[in-house]
Design a protein around this ligand. Structure first.
Ligand code: TEU
Ligand code: CA
Length: 560
């Protein structure tokens, strides 16, 4: 397998708005991030993925961009950003930027021009369609529901047409069928790469190519308004591969950069067509099969399903492309609250999850705060929620008579707002995130869970992550070793080996709060080995099969 830096890299995601506020306005910013780069260096990560920092009216926290070549006022200036890049590179840290080009903001100059008239040279940068009439009533061009609730079409009085927005109405979809639009985006990408960035995380790109003819979605409406949500219909349409190939050959291939494409609805069977190097498209994908599993699968089936998903992805990508590993990000609740036990075994289970992500095949992505075991927020009312997606959904449900209590019960554990509360730096007010009043409340557990406390405590999640990252650097088997699952039938134990040129690792994880034994296959029962890493902290232990609650143990095996 070809060795490249982005396969070896540990990537750290920074949601700037919630990372560190430098000027007391309650909003994280670029100077704040710069002030914490030494912390990230100490952790040992290689790449920072910056959530969008471009000019934006912030209808969707920066995912609605009004100028792709400028920085959001609240976050700082272009000079601040340039300093950030220099300070990162100076420390040997790379930066990848969020590329949000399925849609722009409705305040982008392209859209302002586009909506002026049907003859505007920018008209075809977006997707405009006449409505249809039903019983004398004007209706949108089709029945699509937006990913953020309500019709995916918005009527525009000026020309009497609708524009498409798969997300909020302030996020009109760009028209990738327009050669001029494609050209603009490619130029913009090259402009950032020329500035020196090291790649892109590509936002919701499975949706870039719309289905020909914009057919109605089949299936049941989500709400009484009658719109039908069918992400499968909106995704992976013919033409998408051509876009990536063009993007790659025209722009990406000219730089030593990495790409990771966020693409819900991607199956392992589709994956290699996107990530096989000879296809010249992408480097890796964030697929949603694992992160959406806990919400939609029964608890007792969770681990077996996790294993089978990983197995399918491994077979589909190993030796043919590359994969990514993550349990949380800014669109998801905190991993220790979902996959671990954020109460009795917070520290143990946070370490176990980290062990898994860093020893599975694929590049690990750490989401800010994960490395100190930050947890979900105890939200009590919709009044505390900022997120446009959840607010829109609540408006629909409230109108249909659902009580707030019931709605919260269904959604709070899963809302992405949990992942967006500010980073907890120390035990001072607001966790040291801001001297002002934070844009979103800091989790009240900041007095106990914070960076300063974690750094002081040798047994903290933070020190364990440091160790994981450094082991990954000194043991190529953790990156390039092949993977074999040993426990396909177990409900709570995950054990596997990684092998590379005579070096073997054995990883054993107990995803439960009760002690359990691992049944190793016969071939491994007499194996000798030494403990490389354990979340219970001991040093020299022979291979053992009894695991304590949430115990994670990694052994280096000795060939007999
Ligand atoms: O998320 C996209 C996204 O979440 C969808 O692709 C996904 O398929 C869907 O939510 C699941 O049903 C990205 C960003 O990560 C997110 O923060 C933005 O709000 C969104 O795009 C719009 O830019
Ligand atoms: Ca600020």
């Amino acid at each position: 397998m070809e060795r490249v830096w982005w396969k070896e890299a540990v990537i750290y995601q920074v949601y700037v708005r919630s990372f560190m506020d430098s000027n007391g306005d309650g909003v994280g910013d670029i100077p704040g991030l710069i002030s914490r780069l030494d912390y990230l260096k100490e952790l040992g990560i290689d790449v920072i993925w910056l959530n969008p920092v471009y000019k934006s009216p912030n209808d969707d926290n920066g995912y609605d961009i009004s100028d792709y070549r400028d920085i959001m006022d609240e976050f700082g200036t272009m000079a601040d950003w340039e300093k950030l890049l220099a300070e990162c590179h100076h420390r040997g840290i790379k930066i990848i930027m969020d590329l949000v080009v399925n849609h722009s903001s409705d305040e982008h100059s392209w859209f302002l021009e586009s909506r002026k008239s049907k003859e505007s040279p920018y008209r075809d940068y977006y997707i405009w369609r006449p409505g249809r009439e039903e019983n004398g009533v004007r209706r949108p061009p089709n029945n699509w529901e937006s990913l953020f609730s309500g019709s995916a079409w918005e009527y525009d009085e000026r020309c009497g047409e609708y524009y498409l927005h798969l997300f909020s109405r302030k996020q009109p979809d760009l028209n990738w069928d327009s050669p001029r639009l494609r050209e603009e985006i490619f130029e913009m990408m090259a402009w950032w790469l020329d500035k020196g960035i090291d790649g892109f995380r590509m936002d919701a790109v499975h949706l870039m190519q719309k289905p020909a003819g914009f057919p109605d979605a089949a299936g049941k409406p989500t709400h009484r308004d009658g719109y039908v949500y069918d992400e499968k219909l909106y995704s992976h349409n013919p033409g998408l591969h051509r876009i990536f190939h063009e993007m790659n050959t025209r722009v990406l291939s000219k730089y030593d950069c990495m790409t990771v494409a966020e693409m819900n609805m991607t199956t392992p069977e589709m994956a290699s067509d996107y990530v096989a190097p000879e296809r010249e498209e992408l480097n890796m994908i964030f697929h949603f099969e694992i992160c959406s599993l806990p919400r939609y699968t029964k608890e007792r089936k969770r681990i077996r399903t996790l294993n089978s998903i990983q197995d399918r992805w491994y077979r589909a990508t190993w030796g043919k492309g590359w994969n990514s590993q993550f349990f949380n990000n800014h669109d998801l609740p905190r991993q220790v609250s979902v996959w671990g036990d954020d109460d009795r075994f917070r520290v143990e289970s946070a370490k176990l999850l980290g062990t898994y992500l860093h020893t599975m095949p694929g590049s690990p992505y750490i989401y800010q705060g994960e490395e100190i075991g930050m947890t979900n927020y105890p939200f009590k009312s919709m009044g505390e929620i900022n997120d446009v997606a959840l607010k829109n959904q609540w408006a629909k449900c409230a109108a249909e008579g659902e009580s707030e209590e019931h709605f919260l019960k269904r959604n709070l554990k899963w809302t992405r707002e949990n992942g967006r509360t500010p980073m907890q730096w120390d035990a001072t007010e607001n966790g040291g995130f801001t001297s002002g009043s934070p844009w979103l409340k800091v989790n009240p557990n900041y007095k106990e869970i914070n960076v300063q406390a974690a750094r002081r405590d040798e047994n903290s999640v933070f020190h364990y992550y440091k160790r994981l990252i450094s082991l990954r650097k000194s043991h190529p088997v953790m990156v390039y070793g092949d993977y074999r699952l040993l426990t396909p039938r177990s409900r709570k134990i995950v054990a596997y080996t990684r092998n590379l040129e005579g070096t073997s690792l054995l990883v054993m994880l107990n995803f439960s709060g009760t002690p359990l034994s691992v049944r190793l296959p016969r071939s491994l029962r007499k194996t000798q080995g030494s403990l490389l890493l354990s979340n219970y902290g001991e040093e020299n232990s022979p291979v053992k099969t009894r695991l304590r609650p949430w115990e994670a143990a990694v052994f280096m095996l000795v060939k007999n």
